[in-house]
Design a binder for this molecule. Structure first.
Ligand code: SF4
Length: 239
């Protein structure tokens, strides 16, 4: 159900909408935030999912059945992640859209050399995540993500609604204020699909190379297993 309609908003209007909503919805529930987003943007709203779990996809589908759920297939995912995507597509009232990079892994290896993720993960993420997402979001006014303030110090100030000036879109984080306990309670109450790797020591699931995703140790924050030791904390789509 990709969007073919023209945007009803100019970038300046989107920015003003986001500023008002950030103030008005800071204390709102995740469900209220998603309802506002669905009513405001309709089919020009999408959700992105790493397929770590289907929490935000579920929240979004209750506000807007059939909503587009965007998955970035980097070519480096764990098979469990691809399986979770397929299960979400088969069982939930959402429209899963898989975005792929311009180059296959083999083509990237030929141009940049093998294992770019070990040598220059910022460039690898730019080619395999940021560029495809920027392309994929072109037909939307707003996108919702599963960012949470308690995931890491770098996400501690995540607004529930913000304007993303680089993409000229409204960015919504309906569960920004949730704790891990809130997530667990929602998962249990709604039978939410989870990536099986969450039961195998992984707390934040990205690409499969060891330099990109490893299991977390006791006491570490959820995202400490991402690009561990590389001085990198985000892939770039949330910067
Ligand atoms: S997470 Fe790793 S493999 Fe995936 S796009 Fe980023 S650097 Fe490349």
């Amino acid at each position: 159900m990709t969007t073919e309609t023209e945007s009803a908003y100019t970038p300046a209007q989107l920015e003003a909408l986001a500023a008002d909503a950030a103030r008005e919805l800071e204390e709102a529930s995740a469900q209220e935030i998603m309802r506002w987003a669905a009513e405001t943007f309709g089919r020009r709203l999408a959700v992105t999912s790493s397929m770590e779990d289907a929490v935000v996809a579920h929240l979004a589908s209750t506000a807007l059945p059939g909503i587009d759920v965007i998955f970035l297939d980097t070519g480096y995912h764990f098979v469990e992640t691809i399986g979770t995507r397929d299960a979400v597509a088969a069982t939930m009232p959402v429209n899963v859209i898989t975005l792929t990079p311009r180059q296959s892994v083999a083509e990237q290896d030929a141009e940049y050399g093998p294992r770019l993720h070990d040598r220059d993960p910022d460039l690898c993420c730019k080619l395999r995540k940021v560029e495809p997402l920027n392309r994929g979001l072109a037909g939307y006014d707003a996108w919702a993500t599963g960012l949470r303030r308690d995931e890491s110090p770098t996400r501690a100030n995540t607004p529930v609604v913000a304007y993303d000036p680089k993409r000229q879109k409204v960015k919504i984080a309906p569960i920004a204020r949730w704790t891990q306990e809130d997530v667990d309670a929602y998962v249990a109450a709604n039978g939410i699909l989870l990536n099986p790797l969450l039961f195998d020591g992984y707390a934040s699931i990205g690409c499969s190379p060891e330099s990109c995703t490893r299991r977390v140790l006791e006491g570490e924050d959820a995202r400490s297993g991402r690009w561990a030791g590389a001085g990198k904390t985000e892939c770039g789509i949330h910067l």
